[in-house]
Design a binder for this molecule. Structure first.
Ligand SMILES: [Zn+2]
Length: 122
């Protein structure tokens, strides 16, 4: 059974396509590389129990080596690692959902209750 709390493939692809389009527009090749990896990890079932649990990424910081050495000259890019970009995509999906429906996999139980109550009377 699929977990309704997790974003769907379609939501992941929509957020990814949008992020890739803006990275492409900015000519940010290194970011596109990481966005491709971010897409891969979000689509993998093991991400949440594996790397996400290990590195505890948020959209502004991460515990992995790529982010740790972000100022290294040979990296040639100071933007977010694939985990942070994955988190940004999740955030974009959550914001998108918030405009349409309950973001049950992001909100705490209290906020969820408030929203569900509000939505059921809509
Ligand atoms: Zn990372």
């Amino acid at each position: 059974m699929t977990n309704p709390a997790r974003p769907t493939r379609s939501e992941i692809f929509t957020a990814y396509n949008k992020a890739r389009a803006s990275a492409r527009k900015a000519g940010n090749v290194k970011q596109i590389e990481r966005l491709n990896k971010a897409l891969g990890i979000l689509l993998s079932k093991s991400y949440y129990e594996g790397e996400k649990a290990t590195y505890q990424p948020t959209y502004f910081t991460c515990g992995c080596k790529d982010w740790q050495y972000r100022h290294a000259a040979k990296r040639a890019y100071t933007g977010g690692c694939k985990h942070m970009l994955a988190e940004s995509l999740l955030l974009a999906i959550a914001e998108r959902r918030a405009n349409h429906e309950v973001t049950s996999w992001v909100l705490d139980p209290y906020s969820r209750h408030v929203l569900e109550t509000a939505c059921s009377h809509a």
